[in-house]
Design a binder for this molecule. Structure first.
Ligand code: NAP
Length: 303
């Protein structure tokens, strides 16, 4: 299938282009970006022109930041195209619900992707936990924003979500592996004095679940989830690439490389089946944290 990639920036070049190039399902037929392009691929700078000029491209993959994404997705759906959304699927829950309604009415596929759910050991963790009683789950998600989003001011603008941009990856895994749903009960969010979104978040949920997100972390990142159950402890490390159950390690260190190839495989199946996959549970928890969280002022942040 022909596909167009929109918003040629960090994640498009790091992950989407290599995954599409290696895939037997997809042909990267065009890009649309105001500044970016991909060597050897037709490049548009105006989205409406691409939609009008290239009716044979039935699938649009949006790699933009969340705030501008709704407008592009709505135009693609109105033009009868199937749409794949980077995470988080939108800047608000309401716009995501609207997109789903629009896609249903237009009879096109819509896929809210959660790349961390495709990490190697996440399905195995979900299977192992399915029949366990979970006593506690703790997420420790720390990384350096200067390394992973260098100079990307949109992260600190309204709709950019701040530390929830990486934190929502952990929440996407949590909502996939927990055998029962939980809800947020309190949160403390630290906003740099000169920014609009938080740089750390301390979250408490029901049922013994908690999370610590820190974007000001220096050095090696920690992307860990520890689950205490009636049958022992399961820990996911490295964003779900490695799993340890009661001291026994499973999984490889390069287990994140399969995430985007699996997302595109899923999208190919979704389009073939004519389905919609819009699980908004991770975004719901983020929205709750902004609604319920205590806001504290932190030191100003500059790149
Ligand atoms: P990015 O490089 O800053 O943005 C991607 C591209 O989107 C930009 O190069 C820009 O291309 C276009 N864009 C930016 N603002 C726009 C606007 N207001 N209107 C239209 N186009 C705009 O960001 P990214 O790191 O790739 O992240 C994009 C999405 O991928 C985010 O939702 C993020 O959560 C997700 N993601 C990122 C990573 C990561 O490691 N960075 C990992 C996984 C997922 P032009 O200027 O050429 O139009």
């Amino acid at each position: 299938m022909d596909i167009a990639l929109i918003g040629i920036g960090k994640i498009a070049l790091d992950q989407h282009v290599p995954a599409l190039t290696a895939s037997a399902d997809w042909n990267l037929a065009a890009t649309c970006s105001r500044h970016g392009a991909v060597d050897g691929v037709d490049a548009y700078t105006d989205f409406d022109t691409l939609l009008a000029d290239r009716p044979e491209i039935r699938v649009i993959s949006l790699c933009l930041p969340p705030a501008p994404r709704f407008d592009y997705a709505a135009r693609a759906i109105a033009a009868g195209r199937h749409v794949m959304l980077e995470k988080p699927p939108g800047a608000t829950l309401s716009e995501c619900h609207r997109l789903e309604d629009m896609a249903r009415a237009a009879g096109v596929s819509l896929f809210a992707t959660w790349h961390s759910r495709e990490a190697d050991m996440v399905p195995a963790a979900q299977d192992w936990l399915a029949d366990k009683v979970v006593h506690k789950l703790h997420i420790d998600w720390r990384e350096d924003v200067r390394k992973w989003h260098p100079g990307q001011d949109w992260c600190f603008e309204p709709g950019g979500m701040g530390v929830f941009d990486p934190g929502i990856n952990a929440l996407s895994i949590m909502t996939r592996i927990l055998p029962r749903p939980v809800h947020l009960s309190s949160a403390v969010l630290d906003f740099p004095a000169n920014r609009h979104t938080p740089i750390t978040a301390d979250l408490r949920f029901s049922d013994g679940v908690s999370a610590w997100f820190n974007w000001a972390h220096q050095g090696t990142e920690h992307w860990d989830i520890e689950v205490e159950t009636d049958s022992g402890t399961l820990t996911l490390h490295e964003g779900g690439a490695r799993m340890v159950i009661n001291g026994e390690t499973q999984g490889r260190a390069d287990g994140l490389h399969g995430e985007y190839p699996r997302l595109y495989k899923n999208m190919a199946q979704l389009v073939a089946a004519g389905g919609i996959d819009m699980d908004l549970a991770p975004l719901r928890h983020v929205a709750d944290a902004f609604m319920l969280g205590e806001r504290r002022e932190a030191a100003p942040f500059d790149w």
